[in-house]
Design a protein around this ligand. Structure first.
Ligand code: DLL
Length: 432
């Protein structure tokens, strides 16, 4: 089964012709309408007309998350504001997130690539899709929603959280497909077992899991415990949201929807393009987006591309599951957190010396974040006299910086390890 056979099984030479045409158009559109690109291209001494082959993309400058943040909120838009019909932002951070703007046509494309993704998990008009990705500024909820509606499945827009209700709805509505983060899927499995619910009595057949890193072992665990097919979905706000790449039932990597997103792998140190099969940083260019064309976005996600034919019949290139990041970005319960944000929150607290360590664990399949902070006499004042109060105060400050509740532990002064080189700020004990 293929949602759009023409696009997904196109002969490579035809696909490359289409990509080149679209690349030339989008580069011109970006250059003509977004001052940021005009400046960047001029600095690199390149004009849209210089793009004559797909390989010429390598002459174009990269775009980074910092570039997008500097353009906050709407500086990257390539159309008048009245043509933007929806906006989303990257998950997490109450600081300045990156904004993604969509025209009506962009939403249609998003629905299309998400329909292809859900179709790869077997979704049809007859399915009921329980969408446990968060609705709101996060792209997970609405992305799945648009794809499900395009297929004509029944979407249950339950959003994230409230596990008891999720399970009740799953039973009562006879949900056949669930969409959520893989860690939440495992948590659901655990709760289903705890409540003595037999998975044979559920109608679940598949799950589309992504938004965070996970492993083959985790897939096996989810498939076994929920008795479903578990497939991997990849995407990011800057490019469109979920629906950039999706695993088919062969489960041998994620097909990138190359007619809309052009992938490259680079060595993140030399910035040189790497050949197929070699691991490096994924760089993506949107080929069709109107509202916010993105040229050579450095995702910081580590993967490799494979062009060998897939048994499913799709000709689209596959990427390996993401195995890491080139920066220190963490995803905690699906929310993006940079250690620097926690540091910023700590530095704003008078009397606190910024000796800290972040410990990430996954006790019951859900991420927990503990921040160990060294105490000092100066932290205590007339208003804050007790350890508990200091702890609460720091927790609140971090919450308002990153939008997530964390556990703060106060430790003895000078008890955290000092480093002569790069401080080890994060200890990730999650087994992913
Ligand atoms: O996480 C979009 C999404 C929603 C994808 C629902 C899949 C399902 P952001 O919040 O902008 O967008 O985070 C993007 O999450 O650069 C990766 O580091 C990570 N990520 C997303 N999908 C996967 C995956 C959404 N399948 C960032 N495997 C990306 C590993 C993933 N990491």
């Amino acid at each position: 089964m293929t949602w759009n056979e023409e696009a997904e099984c196109m002969p490579r030479d035809e696909l490359e012709k289409l990509q080149l045409k679209r690349l030339q158009e989008i580069v011109k559109r970006a250059y003509d309408n977004v001052p940021y690109y005009q400046e960047k291209f001029q600095e690199a001494n390149i004009k849209p007309e210089d793009i004559k082959t797909l390989k010429d993309i390598e002459k174009l400058p990269f775009t980074t998350k910092t570039d997008l943040r500097e353009a906050y909120p709407f500086g990257m838009f390539a159309v008048p504001n009245e043509d933007i019909v929806e906006v989303h932002t990257s998950s997490g951070t109450t600081g300045k997130p990156t904004v993604s703007g969509y025209t009506a046509k962009d939403l249609d494309i998003w629905g299309e690539v998400m329909a292809r993704s859900l179709d790869m998990a077997g979704a049809t008009k007859k399915d009921r899709i329980q969408n446990c990705y968060g609705y709101g500024l996060f792209t997970g909820g609405l992305g799945v929603h648009y794809g499900a509606q395009k297929i004509g499945s029944t979407v249950i827009p339950i959003s994230a959280g409230n596990t008891k209700r999720q399970i009740e709805i799953m039973q009562d509505f006879e949900t056949s497909i669930i969409t959520c983060t893989p860690s939440y899927a495992l948590y659901l499995a655990e709760m289903i077992e705890k409540n003595d619910i037999d998975t044979d009595e559920l109608n679940l057949k598949a799950g589309v899991f992504g938004a965070e890193m996970w492993t083959e072992e985790m897939r096996e665990e989810i498939e076994k415990r929920l008795n479903i097919l578990a497939v991997n979905i990849y995407g990011l706000t800057e490019i469109i949201g979920p629906g950039v790449a999706q695993e088919c039932e062969e489960k041998k990597g994620l097909h990138i929807f190359e007619d809309h997103f052009y992938p490259e792998i680079i060595d993140s140190k030399t910035l040189k393009t790497l050949p197929d099969g070699e691991k490096g940083e994924l760089v993506l260019t949107t080929l069709t987006r109107e509202g916010m064309p993105i040229i050579r976005f450095r995702t910081k996600d580590i993967t490799a591309l494979r062009r060998e034919k897939c048994d499913c019949g799709r000709t689209l290139v596959r990427m390996d599951r993401i195995t890491g990041r080139t920066d220190d970005m963490l995803k905690i319960r699906g929310v993006i957190v940079f250690p620097s944000q926690i540091e910023r929150a700590l530095l704003k607290i008078e009397g606190l010396e910024p000796h800290y360590q972040i410990i990430v664990t996954r006790p019951h399949h859900l991420d927990e974040l503990e921040v160990q902070v060294e105490t000092s006499e100066k932290l205590f004042s007339d208003e804050v006299k007790h350890v508990e109060e200091v702890k609460k105060m720091i927790e609140n400050r971090i919450h308002s910086e990153i939008g997530l509740r964390v556990n703060v532990s106060l430790v003895e002064p000078k008890s955290l390890p000092r480093s002569e080189g790069k401080a080890v700020r994060v200890i990730d004990k999650r087994e992913i």
